[in-house]
Design a protein around this ligand. Sequence first.
Ligand code: ADP
Ligand code: MG
Length: 682
Amino acid sequence: MPKIEKRKFRAETQKVLNILTHSLYTNREIFLRELLSNAADALEKLRFTQSGGGEVREAGLPLEIRVSFDKIAGVLQISDTGMGMSESELVDNLGTIARSGSERFLADIRAEAAGGEDAAPGKEAGTEEAGTEEAAGEADPGRAAAEAGPEQEGDAGEGASGGIGGQIIGHFGIGFYSVFMVADSVEVVSLPARGDAGPCLWTSDGVSGFSVRRLEGEEAAGYRRGTTVRAKIKKDASEFLEKYHLESVIRKHSNFLPFPIFLEDERLNSTPALWREPRSGVSREQYDEFYKYLTYDEKPPLDVLHISVDAPVQFNALVFIPDSEQDYFAMQQERWGLDLYARRVLIERANKDLVPNYLSFLKGVVDTEDLPLNISRESLQENLVLRKISRTLVKHVFNHLEKMAETESGRYESFWKLHGKYFKFAFNDYVNKDRAAALMRFSSSAAEGGCIGLDCYIGRAKPGQKEIWHVSASTPEAARVNPHLERFLRKGVEVLYLLEPVDEFALEGLGKYKDFSFKSVEHADGAALDAFPDVEGAAPAPVALSEEEKAVSDSLLARMRTILGDKVKEIRVSDRLAGSPAVLVSPEGFSSSMEKLVRAMQKTDEAPAKILEVNPEHPVLRAMARICAKDPDSALLADLTLNLFDNVRLLDGSLDDPQLMADRGLRLLDRALSWYTDLSGI
Ligand code: ADP
Ligand code: MG
């Protein structure tokens, strides 16, 4: 008797299977793409092993994929002559959910079930043991899908959503298990390319678990090197037993696989190495199609660079700028990079030495003649050829972006919106930072909702202006009401709005641009702008205080100092305000947003005390001074002072106890109303 191994699926696997079998997908055809891409991966591995001089079984077998079907038996079969899997590999690789696609799929589907709000990426990354009972939790996507199932069945898969997770599966590819969307049961027979063990059979109904056993005697006869997947097709998926349908799906998703695919002995795909074709011979449609094949992205790319270089190093490359945002920080750290080929042999997927981090949004392939085929993946990192390729590639990308910025401003703006937040990290690239700076875009006080580059800023600077002024805020609206901005607006001096945390680091890292230094409006000293005339229509300067008023105002400041205590470092008269009553100023060095970031990194909530600058000419301060002269201990004066301070903290983004402000505000409202009603007799 052959040894039979029966095993349960791990909990994560079970969840994915639940979703797959209980929902109806409009795009379940992508299971075919998944199986074919696994076959191609196995063939790539074989080619890689062979090119490194490794021994493989049946070395003369052609590297190919064959698809066939048996309508009567209801079976679809996909076989390849790739690396194959041993008994233990069958257990490990097909018994566990693939780390690449599926965990992320689960996290996303969880988010979709919860209304798309919290994605909690990869939280349960495969830590559970096989068969645990966890599968019934609240956020369990399997259950959500099972509950949603019957409804969807009613509309025959034509619903807008395509079933829960339909979009997600299509986009990321969740691997081998997607076959259970169309199959009641699956058999995999594999004969590994290395070692002399015979073929093994893996079977599963995709519900409870799987079993694995060795094939012996007659059963084992007739198997070549590689893997054969046999899917017993579900009744409602019989289109996958139709030749024309299979053909159109394979052409749609797998046309660029670098190995021949035969459907019932007819060859389907033809031009795999598109990047080696002459540029003039490739149409935009072909590029788009290749991009979709490469990324699973539904949208065609924003742009493509087809690069062919002979010196100082030989390589061909197809590099795409996606037209959708890349989620690099959160989840795609694994995926960024370009696929590296040496003479059409895949050396490494998502190689991260070909482009710097700040270009991580690029997708594509690089193929070189100058790398030995048998290079080990480890020694790639120090490789000089790779470094040369990278340098040349980056230069090409810069040329391309500069040209786009100059001649296609609309397209460039789209590029910036999608990928600018990564590109800004180019401030780290010592060699290219000046070119990068010129490509950066910022919102500004004069940009009217759009974005401007530093050259544009400089072009509009006042004669004699030496600084590029900036202010940090979460939105342009918040920037606009920042009291520090007031006199810049009055003088018509443009200010960049830094709306993302990285912006300030980027400017700091750049140091300066051409002859201009970067400076926060918070650090503008009074005299810096005096030389520039007021713009026409600017608010008139307020009426100066009389001697008598000045004395009263001084005692108000002293009183406020007592009321605020060590909440402030100092109170002083401002020379930067006109329309605002007060503003907070950092003692030195950091701007307030930088300081917040540092505080967050040091995990301390304690804000260092700041300087409160007041504008005694403002009506609010004038009135407070009069109250103070009459009754310095007035409770009203204390409330007014504290609320004014909170108001300023609110604008500064450093108010951390808003409920106190609300409470006090209500008290002030109450008083104002009772005076009003008393006076007017309402
Ligand atoms: P992924 O391809 O993202 O790793 P899959 O679920 O598609 O995830 O496949 C899981 C693993 O099973 C693969 O990584 C591979 O090791 C193995 N595998 C699947 N199909 C084949 C095949 N046709 N030949 C050899 N190994 C395979
Ligand atoms: Mg796969």
